[in-house]
Ligand binder design. Structure first.
Ligand code: TYD
Ligand code: MG
Length: 465
């Protein structure tokens, strides 16, 4: 069989070069060439560079031609799922681990990725034997961690190896049902000369693992490092190749961790799993709705409590704002756990439709507990927290707020309003400021009085009590 060779491909226009150079000869873009393996013409499907799993299809890779098939003739089988035994993880995976699936788990260093996956292998135990491939820690470190976590050691198997060919050779013999790769950035293939962690190495290794998963029905879990911006380090294409992408989030100082599905071919996205880090590893928090509230004694300015509904559970979270006289010509707008651009837009709406000016103020907004709120229901709480900080006037005690704010100052409804209100009432809140369209039939839920607003100025008045 002819040997595979490598080529340098421009990430912008796709032109192929035989050696690396700073500028693409075809389109003139700088610094866009990266190394790829070119399969010899006979083995490859259609020949040429194997860019992404889509060209390197599972049938095509072995040379058979695929046929057009009516979907009615395709035998569908329910995908085989196994509950991992960690309820919050199963919830995020969409109801357990799917056979032959590839799951990517990203998160900051030290957040608990390795701990979670080792615990998962431990609870799966003999039901679904697995191999833990470590490229970052030694076998002794993995074993002592497993011991410290109190896991049964007998069914646990580990492999300290980073070369993908040798890993696959090893696991082909031991037939595991689950394969954990910690982390994909340390894995390399000897087909390429690029350094481990580089785009081409990560992509090629992940492609091999994906093929292995589909061929053997092994569930593969990849740990991925994240960049400073919070995305998975390495090629974006990694996210396209895998079946599910999960992110592990949390604040450095807090013991709570949130696992979130960002993409899932087998379940709902934006489902949250909540864990707490303890000396015995990660513990599940099956009823997390109020853990993200900070413990204030009475009302504090710059704070608004909202009810988000990420995934299938309502969650009470606190939005904090600090507004301070700026000494810069271009005042700062910093949003942690929320979208930066949205904050700038909301401040413009607050000025234009609420008459509250913050153009000469630095504005910092933070979601307590290190969790990220992606839904627009956070708009109104952000604005009320900002105004509360600016005027140093707390919102009325025991008040929750949610609602989307439009560019013309209208307050738009959000999904599942009633469920959010019930959760707030359940936690003893006495007042809610919500979009008018989210008002329940009765304006009271238990002890809680619900105020509906449809313009920003009404919301500001309602917050004045
Ligand atoms: P780890 O799983 O190594 O993180 P990652 O693989 O995402 O980099 O997490 C380790 C962190 O968790 C570390 O800071 C120590 C802490 N920890 C505990 O608090 N208790 C434990 O039982 C374990 C195993 C780790
Ligand atoms: Mg780790």
């Amino acid at each position: 069989m002819a040997k595979a060779r490598t080529a340098y491909v421009c990430g912008d226009c796709g032109a192929e070069h035989s050696k690396w150079q700073g500028q693409c000869m075809a389109c003139g873009a700088w610094n866009t060439l990266s190394e790829f393996v070119v399969q010899p013409a006979k083995a490859a499907s259609g020949g040429g560079v194997s860019v992404g799993a889509h060209r390197d299809g599972y049938a095509g890779a072995r040379g058979e031609a695929a046929k057009v098939t009516p979907l009615t003739a395709v035998a569908t089988e329910v995908e085989a799922r196994t509950l991992t035994g960690i309820g919050e993880l199963d919830r995020v995976l969409g109801g357990g681990l799917v056979e032959g699936s590839v799951v990517l788990i990203g998160g900051d260093p030290g957040i608990g990725k390795s701990t979670l996956l080792l615990q998962m292998l431990g609870t799966l135990g003999e039901r679904l034997p697995g191999v833990y491939v470590t490229g970052e820690e030694s076998l002794a470190q993995v074993a002592s961690r497993a011991q410290r976590l109190g896991l049964p050691l007998e069914p646990l198997q580990a492999l300290a190896e980073t070369c993908i060919e040798r890993i696959l050779e090893q696991v082909r013999d031991s037939h595991p049902k689950v394969l954990i790769i910690d982390s994909i950035q340390t894995i390399w293939t000897d087909l390429l000369t690029a350094a481990p962690g580089s785009v081409s190495q990560v992509r090629e290794s992940a492609a091999k693992l994906t093929r292995f998963a589909k061929q053997t029905g092994t569930s593969v879990l990849l740990v991925g490092h994240v960049t400073k911006e919070g995305g998975i380090a390495g090629p974006r294409v990694l996210e396209h190749m895998v079946d599910a992408v999960l992110y592990f989030e949390g604040e450095a100082g807090s013991r709570f961790r949130v696992l979130r599905a960002f993409k899932n071919r087998f379940g709902a996205v934006n489902e949250l799993g909540v864990f707490a880090m303890s000396d015995k590893g990660l513990r599940e928090v099956p009823n997390p709705s109020a853990i993200f509230l900070s413990a204030h004694q009475g009302p504090t300015s710059g704070s608004a409590i909202m009810v988000t509904r990420e995934g299938t559970r309502p969650l009470l979270v606190e939005v904090q704002a600090l507004v301070d006289q700026s000494s810069l010509g271009n005042p700062r707008r910093v949003a942690l756990g929320l979208e930066q651009n949205r904050l700038a837009m909301l401040l413009a709406v607050l000025h234009r439709h609420g008459g509250v000016a913050a153009y000469d103020q630095d504005v910092f907004v933070n979601v307590v507990g290190g969790i990220r709120v992606q839904e627009t229901a956070a708009d109104l709480p952000v604005l009320l927290a900002v105004r509360s900080s600016l005027h140093d006037r707390p919102l009325p005690d025991k008040t929750v707020v949610f609602g989307e704010v439009g560019l013309s100052g209208e307050i738009r409804p959000v999904p599942n309003g009633e469920e959010r209100l019930k959760e707030a009432a359940h936690h003893g809140f006495l007042r809610a400021i919500v979009p008018k369209a989210n008002l329940p039939k009765k304006k009271r839920i238990g002890e809680m009085q619900v105020v509906g607003v449809d313009r920003l100025d009404q919301a500001l008045d309602a917050a004045d009590g």
